[in-house]
Design a protein around this ligand. Structure first.
Ligand SMILES: Nc1ncnc2c1ncn2[C@@H]1O[C@H](COP(=O)(O)OP(=O)(O)OP(=O)(O)O)[C@@H](O)[C@H]1O
Ligand SMILES: [Mg+2]
Length: 384
């Protein structure tokens, strides 16, 4: 990395007369076309330039990366519609700019393929006579900005929800406790009636269940205060696997952990992170139960370098199972508090997972693996 930087610097750094090597004199002059080509390829934002007849004139590496396209030798000269076949909306926006002169400024678009959100601006490319010779689109990956905004919205919602839930819990908890106590008293007063004993036991159990839900809701809505320390995610994952397999009889289930020893430590709250992975493993176990009771959960961790400004290096953990997967409708709602498809579920497991990930400035996505099943991808930054 350092090497790349030292090599690039001479282009922009003021030349030092005393030490500049002789070949510096042959550096690309600013008036040279090559300079402008290098300028486009060196920009950190995505750039795609299209000629009047709709063909690609230039495309840089960030554009390929953001659009999720593989560069090929023949891209320049291809029609934009062909290059952007997987992103028809973007192709349409560019065509409208080229044909109709519609040039949106600072607009946003969700890409179909990689699911990223881009912020883009279109410009008309004109020659010296002012004749339009093409169109250029400049764009930036806004996914992280969007995530931060969404996190902010979620925090606001949770704050409101928290106040409401705390008030309701306060009102509900006491009568609930009274019902449980009175049912117990009644049970002792009616020792001879088996029917009454069974009904009262049911009442007591239901009260306990309702109380557990109230406690869980309160736990969820309470602001999360992280006890930050340098955490080894490998250790966290190992502990989570041990705890989850201790409390849930695995039966025909298998858990595989694949975490390299040299993963860098991250700033995190080990207890909360452990809970996060236990929730995910438990969900996989419960998904197996819904079918034939067997399956494999694989936790795979890897280090990922930063490649965008504002996006730090992070550790990516995939928690993947080969269970039944979930419906499209469920996929959209899984992170919403209280969404559950299980008779005994509260629907807070994934909401808590998300809250913990957010508190660590991380990110979680749900993926559907090719062979079926479910995969949650969590990325956690390696630095604050
Ligand atoms: N690995 C998975 N495979 C299939 N479906 C899943 C998986 N993980 C989550 N789900 C679906 O997402 C829903 C929400 O999960 P979440 O953990 O939030 O709540 P829950 O497991 O239903 O209840 P709780 O975790 O509060 O006991 C589940 O009810 C289930 O339908
Ligand atoms: Mg759950």
């Amino acid at each position: 990395m350092t090497q790349t930087r030292t090599r690039r610097r001479p282009r922009s750094a003021p030349p030092s007369r005393r030490t500049a090597p002789a070949r510096r004199a042959s550096a690309t002059p600013a008036s040279d076309d090559r300079f402008f080509r290098h300028l486009v390829t060196s920009l950190r934002n995505g750039v795609l330039a299209i000629t009047r007849d709709g063909r690609v004139a230039a495309i840089n590496a960030p554009a390929y990366r953001i659009l999720g396209l593989e560069p090929t030798e023949s891209d320049v000269g291809r029609t934009a519609a062909d290059l952007l076949a997987s992103e028809p909306e973007l192709a349409r926006i560019i065509a409208r700019a080229t044909d109709g002169g519609h040039l949106p400024n600072r607009a946003e678009l969700r890409l179909k393929g990689p699911g990223r959100v881009i912020g883009y601006t279109l410009s008309d490319v004109r020659d010296a006579d002012g004749t339009s010779i093409g169109t250029a689109i400049f764009f930036k990956d806004l996914t992280r900005v969007e995530q931060l905004e969404e996190r902010e919205r979620l925090r606001d919602r949770l704050a409101t929800l928290g106040e409401m839930a705390a008030a309701i819990a306060h009102e509900v908890k006491n009568p609930l406790a009274s019902i449980e106590v009175m049912a117990g008293v009644l049970k002792r007063k009616l020792p001879g009636s088996t029917d009454a004993q069974a009904t009262l036991s049911d009442i007591i159990n239901e009260c306990k269940l309702a109380n557990a839900i109230v406690v869980e809701v309160l736990e969820y809505v309470r602001p999360l205060r992280l006890e930050l320390e340098r955490v080894s995610l490998g250790d966290v994952l190992r502990d989570a696997v041990t705890l989850a397999t201790n409390t849930t009889p695995p039966g025909g289930t298998r858990v595989q952990l694949d975490a390299p020893d040299d993963l860098p430590q991250i700033p995190g709250d080990a207890t909360q992170l452990r809970q996060l992975f236990i929730n995910l493993i438990n969900n996989a176990f419960e998904a197996f139960e819904a079918v034939n009771g067997s399956g494999t959960v694989t936790l795979r961790a890897r280090f990922a370098e930063a490649h965008d400004i504002g996006e730090p290096a992070h550790i990516v953990v995939d928690v993947q199972d080969d269970g039944p997967g979930m419906s499209e409708e469920a996929t959209e709602r899984i992170f919403s508090p209280f969404f559950t498809t299980k008779p005994q579920g509260t629907g807070l497991g994934l909401a808590i997972v998300r809250k913990v990930v957010d508190a660590h400035d991380g990110h979680i996505t749900h993926l559907t693996p090719e062979g079926g099943g479910t995969c949650f991808r969590i990325s956690l930054p390696t630095a604050n």
